[in-house]
Design a protein around this ligand. Structure first.
Ligand code: PLP
Length: 967
């Protein structure tokens, strides 16, 4: 071997793929023996139908190591110009408190957690989200707020859908104020059109009487900064029988009368400026607050306070029956993954600063804006608005171009909202030196002599009548953690209550909780990525654009498709965008009447919800006993709806964890009838390098970068849901009104507020692909399949595995049937899920896609010893079930029914159960080495929904709960 070959071999064996993939060579060999396959390739051949084997991954660049990938991304970040953006439009500079940056955003204990469906091991993030809801409710002046939405523009669109559902009237007219942010108006139009809603942009009260809209959307303050009393407009909306929706600036609300007090029905906005970097557009947490009567219609997740089995306060997701996964085609929203991590950050920003701190930040920002306004006046300009919060609109006329240029030379991006109007939005990062520099730019553009700041008078610019009179953030948590030690310990305390990937595997079927490598995460907080405004001139974002173009081409290689849009900021949004592309395609061919969307009964709830939002009619296709699409039923439905068929939405491998043999036949049948095939790509982790959406015959698919491509779940978001499309759909991808590079001119409009969606987390997926290379990604898929088959094989005989492919193999996940335990011992699947917590594990996906089952997806990142620990825990639980079945354990008082067990009860003076404390808390020997103690016992969902409490304050009220009182 030559020295260079030796070098290459040494470098190869130290590659990232071997770190990302959990099992060692030896473990892989051992596991292959267990599942009965000769090699990884032989296993793939037993699993994936031969007719669809295909890979384009050799188009990917060869892999680099962790340090090289970080250096490459650093260099890309440094190609973005660090100009200070005072563009506003809903995105502002902000200081992320360092204690939050390091201990939340850069902390795997927070960012690798799963969505808090298993409430007992999610009390930490549930508390943080309850703080978020409390903060939003207080600031907006409305009683109920949800735990985050995707961005401000989609939040306004969600509010529109809510209002339409609430209105129940005949009206399909929506009135939107002209001073909404332009991207908000654009997203609103995208979302309104398929629903048959006409958007009228007007602020003329006379129009209300004529249009009789179901809702009016107002801005507070307006996009160019104007601050006005919106109470009359709200009253006028109500007078016309419409709901009043207000898009409000969260920081301004610390000083202003909350819209809720002015009668608003729904208030939405972004919490980005509460410590979350602009990041070229996202991710950030949007918020929504509603009047009490609308809470059951509210989209997204809602955290509520309930009680646990011991009668103590405990939190969990409330009113789950509203959600898309239950309501399916009756849903009015498809939102699933939201923005938990960013909501946690924003809530912690409020905890850190408290009401006084937030008010100080708002006052200071306002004062700087008044100084700037005075400087503009002294320079000889006039102001568009006399009253404003932080945004100054300068009537610059002919000199607008000169002003923009002078400011840019000084290092500032301003917004040229109209040819002669320059808008300058200030924020907490702005200093007096900045105002001095802006004053210089104003004077230069005006050809005027400069005036010192000290000379400026800065009269009040916020009307006394609009001043906030109601206190906010009065709950104790917003006053208790203002020293860094207090904050540090609060964050640690909450983190420790939760199970995240830094503690144990999270075997969530369909959600692919794989490794989120540190090297992938580090670039996210590079300043060159963090501090870029989404509407900054594109020539200042060269690094971003280059990274985006490369990632798009790599995702084309992964899917076999011709084009990719990174704009959708969750899988659900990708589904929606993909269906709109299909719809636009049919229309462009004069077949706009095609509106039937076929969806198998096993589909994820977002599928039918997205189809309805895209203006389609859902027709459900049955599944056979093997979990495959019922081909007979499919053909019958195609026959029935042929000329009207728009699309089939299909998940592959199926949500039952099987590569259906008939997939090509299915796609061919749809195409033959003139339909398009949408593939839900949530299960891409079973495909990469072995087959592809293009190979199975799909026309479009979304990818969940927060599943297959390593973006962490963040406790329920952020996500990125790009879509890939075949060439004929490429002209119909989303675009953006403010950034031409975001998509084709022929596109249908934006689905997200930002041109490239959640751009600042794209480096994660970039780094993953860059470090794995085509061979690494292929091997990851093979090991994902191996790990799933290993778990399925080892649990065989303990738990029936529900579905397998033709050759006896599962794909990358397996479904364990737990329905049989109810008959014999009354043990429910939920009891097993809760009991797993005592063993230190997060439960697999419960009761989806089949009620009474657990769906296990171990991913390639789990080493064999972790799989073995999980398997041992499951086998031990099976023995506990058997004890109940055989009458050796009590039917009601057993470790399963009482799970999970807290430290408090296990160490209490009295212990009244027929099993031992050790059996309760340490059922297997290795548990003691790293015992996870659930902080609460099983949470009572029914009680919580009946006594809904969604903010911090009422916690004390739970002391009156009957179970507590009885103690
Ligand atoms: C996760 C998932 C979705 C939805 O993706 P989000 O990012 O949560 O919106 C859709 N379909 C399937 C099968 C999924 O697993």
């Amino acid at each position: 071997m030559s020295a260079l070959d030796q070098l290459a071999a040494l470098e190869d064996s130290a590659g990232f793929a071997a770190r990302h993939i959990g099992p060692s060579e030896g473990q892989i060999a051992d596991m292959l023996r267990t599942v009965g396959a000769e090699s990884l390739e032989a296993l793939a051949a037993l699993t994936v139908p031969a007719g669809i084997r295909d890979s384009h991954l050799d188009a990917l660049p060869p892999p680099v190591g962790e340090h090289a990938a970080i250096a490459e991304l650093r260099a890309l970040s440094e190609r973005n110009a660090r100009v200070k953006s005072l563009i506003g439009c809903g995105y502002h500079g902000t200081h992320t408190p360092p204690v939050i940056l390091r201990n939340v955003l850069e902390n795997p204990g927070w960012y690798t957690a799963y969505t808090p469906y298993q409430a007992e091991l999610a009390q930490g993030r549930l508390e943080a989200l309850l703080n978020f809801q409390t903060m939003v409710a207080d600031l907006t002046g409305l009683p109920v707020a949800n735990a985050s939405l995707l961005d401000e523009a989609t939040a306004v669109a969600e509010a529109m859908a809510l209002a339409l559902a609430a209105h129940k009237g005949k009206s399909t007219a929506l009135v939107a104020a002209p001073d909404l942010h332009p991207q908000t108006l654009a997203v609103l139009r995208t979302r309104a059109e398929p629903l048959g809603i006409a958007v009228h942009v007007t602020d003329d009260a006379a129009d209300l009487a004529a249009l009789k809209p179901f809702a009016v959307v107002l801005s507070y303050p307006g996009t160019t900064g104007e601050l006005r009393d919106i109470a009359p407009a709200i009253a006028a909306a109500h007078g016309a029988g419409a709901l009043a929706i207000v898009a409000a600036d969260i920081l301004a609300l610390t000083l202003l009368t909350p819209p809720g007090e002015m009668g608003a029905d729904v208030v939405v906005g972004s919490t980005q400026r509460f410590g979350v970097p602009m990041g070229y557009g996202g991710p950030h947490a949007a918020y929504m607050a509603v009047k009490d009567g609308l809470k059951r219609l509210m989209p997204g997740r809602l955290v509520g306070v309930s009680v646990d089995a011991a009668g103590r306060p405990a939190m969990r997701l409330a009113l789950q029956t509203r959600e898309q996964h239950i309501r399916r085609e009756k849903a009015t929203s498809n939102i699933c993954t939201a923005q938990v991590l960013l909501a946690v950050m924003a809530s912690m920003y409020a905890v850190w600063h408290g009401p006084e701190g937030l008010t100080r930040i708002a006052r200071r920002t306002h004062l700087l804006a008044t100084l700037l306004a005075d400087a503009a006046l002294r320079a000889g300009f006039t102001l568009r608005h006399d009253l404003f919060f932080d945004t100054v609109a300068v009537e610059a006329g002919e000199r607008a171009g000169a002003l923009m240029e002078a400011a840019l030379r000084a290092g500032y991006n301003l917004r040229r909202a109209e040819p002669g109007l320059v808008v300058i939005a200030l924020d907490e990062t702005v200093t007096r030196q900045d105002v001095i520099a802006l004053d210089a730019a104003l004077c230069e553009a005006a050809g005027h002599e400069r005036v010192g700041l000290a000379e400026l008078s800065a009269p009040a610019r916020m009307p006394e009548a609009l001043a906030r009179r109601t206190p906010f953030l009065t709950a104790a948590v917003f006053r208790a953690h203002h020293s860094e030690h207090a904050m540090l310990r609060y964050l640690k305390r909450l983190e420790d209550r939760d199970v995240a990937l830094n503690r144990s595997m999270i075997p969530l079927g369909s959600c692919t909780m794989k490794l989120n490598a540190t090297a992938e995460m580090i670039p996210v907080t590079f300043p060159g990525f963090s501090d870029i405004h989404p509407f900054a001139p594109v020539n200042q974002a060269r690094g971003y654009i280059e990274m985006i173009r490369r990632l798009e081409s790599w995702l084309c290689a992964c899917t076999g498709f011709a084009a990719v849009s990174l704009q959708p900021n969750a899988g659900s949004q990708g589904e929606y965008a993909g269906l709109l592309a299909i719809r636009a395609f049919h229309r462009a061919r004069g077949e706009g009447h095609r509106d039937i969307c076929l969806i198998p009964s096993s589909a994820h709830g977002t599928n039918p919800a997205s189809a309805v939002m895209a203006g389609m009619r859902v027709v459900v296709v049955g599944c056979d006993r093997e979990g495959n699409v019922d081909l007979g039923d499919l053909r019958a439905k195609i026959e029935q709806h042929g000329g009207k068929l728009s699309a089939l939405m299909i998940t592959y491998p199926s949500t039952h964890g099987v590569f259906e043999e008939g997939i090509r036949e299915i796609c061919d049948a749809v195409h033959a009838a003139g339909g398009q095939v949408y593939m839900d790509g949530a299960n891409m982790n079973a495909q990469l390098g072995l087959t592809s959406p293009a190979a199975i015959g799909a026309d479009v698919c979304h990818l969940n970068l927060h599943k297959t491509f390593c973006i962490p779940h963040g406790g329920g978001g952020p996500g990125v849901g790009p879509i890939g499309v075949a060439a004929h759909l490429a002209p119909h991808l989303p675009n953006h009104p403010l950034v031409a590079e975001a998509g084709p001119e022929t596109g249908f409009g934006p689905v997200s507020a930002a041109p490239f969606g959640s751009a600042s987390i794209l480096p994660i997926s970039y780094a993953y692909i860059r470090m794995m290379g085509g061979a690494g990604l292929t091997r990851a898929t093979q090991v994902a399949i191996l790990n799933a088959n290993y778990v399925a094989r080892r649990l065989d005989g303990h738990f029936p595995v529900l579905y397998r492919g033709g050759k006896g193999m599962v794909a990358h996940e397996c479904i364990l049937d737990c329905r049989g335990f109810q008959q014999g011992g009354g043990v429910l699947v939920e009891d097993i899920a809760k009991r797993l917590q005592d063993y230190g594990f997060h439960a697999p996906t419960m009761s989806w896609p089949v009620a009474g089952t657990l769906m296990v997806e171990p991913t390639e990142s789990e080493p064999q010893e972790e799989l073995d620990r999980f398997v041992e825990a499951m086998i031990a639980i099976r023995a506990e079930i058997r004890a109940v079945e055989q009458g050796r354990a009590d039917k009601a008082d057993n470790p399963l029914k009482n799970a999970p067990h807290t430290a408090e009860e296990v160490t209490a003076e009295t212990w009244s159960h027929p099993y031992t404390r050790q059996e309760a808390a340490f059922p297997l020997p290795w548990i003691a080495a790293a015992k996870y103690w659930p902080p609460v016992k099983r949470v009572d969902n029914v009680y919580g929904d009946r006594n809904l409490a969604c903010t911090c304050a009422p916690l004390e009220a739970y002391q009156d709960h009957p179970k507590v009182a009885a103690e």
